[in-house]
Design a protein around this ligand. Structure first.
Ligand SMILES: Nc1nc2c(ncn2[C@@H]2O[C@H](COP(=O)(O)OP(=O)(O)OP(=O)(O)O)[C@@H](O)[C@H]2O)c(=O)[nH]1
Ligand SMILES: [Mg+2]
Length: 312
């Protein structure tokens, strides 16, 4: 639903920009064909002023394409931690089904598991990874390489600790490895009680936003969902309500429209002939039309005759 809503907003904004572009184009064309109607300088000035505003609006459309990607592909979210802290259990708890194999043997997960979930309207591409540690086991080593790859690709990292155990060197190393990533620190197995030393260490390093939960009982899973949504809204998708959205092809067409509009403005500033400006404006209008699946057709003539008092 969110996707459809933003897509609709994208079309509305492009149509609105096109409407202004068409009016501008009509002004230029009329000045060419009926020189007595207006002077060239006025038309050029108009191209510069209106063009500037429209460029800004096209830029905003391009900038907000990030939200589209998030809604289409899901926020890439990697669950990482040393072996046996409960990463697979957390994946299962979030999915509300037993997707991943869970055992008490460290090194259970060997490969990256990927699943999509819808978290209050925002899609997440969740990756459960192999526990990261120094190991001699060749298969496990490959898994660890893949975990690191997922971690690097992720837009959000859920760093999981086992609150019922003393911390290990692997825990410590992972904290440093993820320090510069967008992460949420999760302390799991809270149903078994959280060790004071473990809690003190984690809270000493991570100033705010540590989430205590139990993947086993489900307690705290809602609080984690809240945190995830907060981070996505604040840091990834910025402002959902002010966002439009474009796919890759649309973004490319917006770029082309921008180039055409800029070149029309350059011509206007340099005092080039109006024909040159008209051609560039027409092209910008057409590119924006392609972005929403509309052709230019007779729009311009209609616009000229409806806006200006001219005989056909
Ligand atoms: N008491 C308790 N036990 C848990 C909790 N979460 C996981 N466990 C147990 O911890 C053990 C390891 O859980 P997994 O989910 O397989 O851990 P993992 O991090 O995926 O482990 P690897 O795949 O080996 O890296 C299992 O015996 C789980 O039942 C929890 O919240 N509370
Ligand atoms: Mg696992």
């Amino acid at each position: 639903m969110a996707l459809r809503q933003v897509e609709g907003r994208f079309g509305d904004e492009v149509r609105s920009i096109r409407k202004e572009l068409l009016a501008l184009q009509a002004h230029v064309e009329v000045t060419i064909d009926y020189p007595e109607h207006d002077v060239e300088d006025v038309a050029c000035q108009q191209v510069l002023t209106v063009g500037e505003q429209l460029l800004g609006r096209i830029d905003q459309l391009i900038a907000s394409a990030a939200l589209g990607r998030v809604l289409r592909e899901g926020v890439a979210t990697a669950i990482v931690g040393r072996p046996n802290v409960g990463k697979s259990s957390l994946l299962n708890a979030l999915l509300q089904r037993e997707r991943a194999i869970v055992t008490d043997i460290p090194g259970t997960t060997r490969d990256v598991l990927e699943e999509y979930i819808n978290l209050r309207g925002i899609p997440l591409r969740l990756m459960d990874t192999a526990g990261i540690r120094e190991t001699e086991d060749v298969v496990e080593q490959i898994g660890v390489v893949r975990s690191r790859q997922s971690m690097a690709d992720a837009e959000l990292v859920l760093l999981v600790y086992d609150g019922s155990q003393p911390l290990t060197d692997d825990d410590w190393a992972l904290e440093r490895e993820t320090a510069k990533m967008r992460r949420i620190v999760v302390v799991n197995k809270a149903d078994q009680g959280v060790r004071r030393d473990t809690q003190a260490w984690i809270e000493g390093l991570v100033a705010r936003g540590v989430v205590y939960l139990s993947a086993k009982t489900g307690e705290g899973i809602d609080a984690l969902a809240d945190r995830v949504i907060d981070v996505i809204e604040q840091e990834i998708a910025m402002d959902m309500d002010a966002s439009y959205m474009a796919n890759a092809r649309q973004t490319q067409l917006l770029q082309l429209a921008k180039q055409d509009l800029s070149s029309a403005m350059d011509s206007a500033a340099a005092g080039a002939t109006l024909d040159l400006i008209a051609v560039a404006l027409q092209s910008a209008y057409a590119q924006l039309g392609y972005a929403i699946g509309e052709e230019a057709g007779e729009d311009l003539l209609d616009e000229i005759f409806s806006r200006f008092c001219l005989g056909k």
